[in-house]
Ligand binder design. Structure first.
Ligand SMILES: *Cc1c(COP(=O)(O)O)cnc(C)c1O
Length: 479
């Protein structure tokens, strides 16, 4: 499989070339040259596979520069019951709602950091170690986090050969639980850097270091952000796994179809659903659910894409969806525009820069329906009400992000079509809002109960680029 850029670069890279890269050289995002099609026979064969083997089957359609035996070993080492808590890896829970077809939660958050980002990041850690080992190279991952992404990256990269992680976070601004999750890691290759400032200061420092091309090259600076194609590909697997579980035991005369609702921010998770659907997974609707930061909901309702300024971005009770622009969205737009790279480049390049947004033509907008996309949004009050009704109706506790999905899912139910809502985090991560809704705090999983009492390992710095560079230099010298 070769990869191309949404903005027209066709230098025909293989998977391992783009694995360690961020954006394509022309500023676009990488996509496979085509989506391999999965027919009914293949679906029937995949249905009974354990998760790790299903992952191998799907990944091998997109990766031809890693020997099959190695890729299989990496998948098997990643998707284990030990790491993800159950043999199914992403089990379904059926809600008590009366909907014919059923409403299900697909659990994606039983990995080490209790959020769905582990599903892809754990694989990425193993792929990075493998590829860097093959090349005899090392990589310094530099990132900024306000919570979920940073901890998922650290837990995926801890102890990995050839990888060091330098993770910036705003000093004193993460929840005590999130801080403890990251700062209690004692692995020598993980470096927590608490910046005296806000998240944007951290982000600015990362950008400044990455824009210093000499430094970037000399110290082999890389990232693990959500535009990485390998992360997206890993996420495609659980759409298939969810489909197989929801349709097991049903009459197979006609291919059963399902819908998915996905709590969305950067459009990474739901974009994987789009890829699964393009491969032929029988998906009726892909429902994008947003919180008050409704860039995506606005787009799917009106055809206008209008990223927000930082000052316009609300702080909400589903903070992992508090985004101003949906960084993966260009991938779907490229497909929607008939893979017209010139049009994609025009819209996401000059037009966005000049007008701060763009509007599709009526003909382009009309094509969205053919891709199954619809959308909706929730408010804080909606999420509280959903957490309450789900607890009362089904005795299931959901977190604020999943509540957002569930609220919007109920607005898009279709007769006889099972609706799968992706559970993107566990309630223990957002205990204060659960308490606000229900009057009690959720129990963290037993292994994490005492995490806040563990010794912490981090340094505090002023918000200065040179301070971060000095830390990276120092650690590269001593290995
Ligand atoms: C990252 C995240 C999201 C948003 O996912 P995207 O891929 O950015 O759309 C939703 N919920 C939780 C809990 C997350 O951590």
């Amino acid at each position: 499989m070769k990869y191309l850029s949404t903005r027209g670069d066709r230098s025909e890279r293989g998977f391992c070339n783009i694995l360690l890269e961020g954006l394509a050289p022309d500023g676009g995002l990488y996509l496979p040259a085509f989506y391999p099609k999965v027919d009914a026979t293949t679906l029937a064969r995949w249905r009974s596979l354990p998760y790790a083997e299903l992952a191998f089957e799907i990944l091998s359609l997109y990766i031809d520069d890693i020997p099959a035996a190695d890729l299989k070993r990496l998948c098997t080492a990643t998707y284990t019951e030990t790491v993800f808590g159950t043999p199914q890896i992403t089990p379904l829970k059926k809600l008590a709602d009366a909907h014919e077809g059923g409403i299900y939660l697909e659990a994606l958050s039983n990995g080490p950091t209790l959020a769905f980002k582990d599903m892809a990041m754990q694989l990425l850690g193993n792929l990075f170690e493998y590829e860097l080992g093959r090349r005899g190279e090392a990589l310094n991952i530099l990132g900024a986090t306000s919570g979920d992404t940073g901890s998922a990256a650290e837990y995926a990269m801890r102890g990995k050969q050839g990888v060091r992680v330098f993770m910036l976070s705003p000093h004193g601004r993460m929840s005590p639980f999130q801080q403890a999750q990251m700062f209690s890691l004692q692995d020598a290759n993980i470096h927590n850097i608490a910046v005296e400032g806000v998240f944007d200061d951290c982000q600015d420092i990362v950008k400044a270091v990455s824009n210093d091309l000499d430094f970037k090259r000399k110290y082999r600076i890389g990232t693990v952000n959500s535009i990485n194609w390998a992360r997206l590909l890993a996420q495609v697997v659980y759409y298939f796994a969810g489909y197989f579980q929801a349709t097991s035991g049903r009459v197979q005369a006609t291919p059963e179809r399902v819908s998915f609702t996905v709590p969305s921010g950067n459009f990474g998770n739901i974009c994987a659903g789009h890829v699964a659907r393009m491969m032929g997974l029988p998906v009726v609707q892909l429902v994008a659910a947003t919180n008050e930061n409704d860039v995506l909901d606005e787009f799917f309702r009106t055809g206008t894409y209008r990223p927000r300024a930082t000052a316009e971005t609300h702080e909400t009770s589903s903070p992992s969806m508090d985004i101003s622009k949906a960084s993966n969205f260009e991938r779907f737009a490229f497909d929607l525009l008939g893979r017209d790279a010139a049009r994609t480049k025009e819209l996401f390049g000059p037009t966005l820069a000049r007008d701060g947004g763009f509007t599709l033509t009526p003909a382009e907008f009309a094509r969205i329906a053919a891709y199954g996309f619809v959308s909706g949004k929730s408010t804080h009050a909606d999420r509280l009400a959903t957490i309450r009704s789900t607890w009362q109706g089904s005795r299931i506790l959901v977190d604020t992000h999943t509540a957002d999905g569930l609220k919007v899912a109920r607005e898009h139910l279709q007769p006889g079509v099972p609706m799968l809502v992706l559970e993107t985090a566990l309630p223990a991560k957002f205990a204060d809002t659960i308490e606000e809704a229900l009057g009690f705090k959720p129990e963290p999983p037993p292994a994490l109960r005492d995490i806040e009492a563990l010794p912490k390992r981090f340094v505090v710095i002023a918000p200065e680029v040179t301070a971060v560079k000095r830390i990276i230099e120092a650690h590269c010298r001593d290995v």
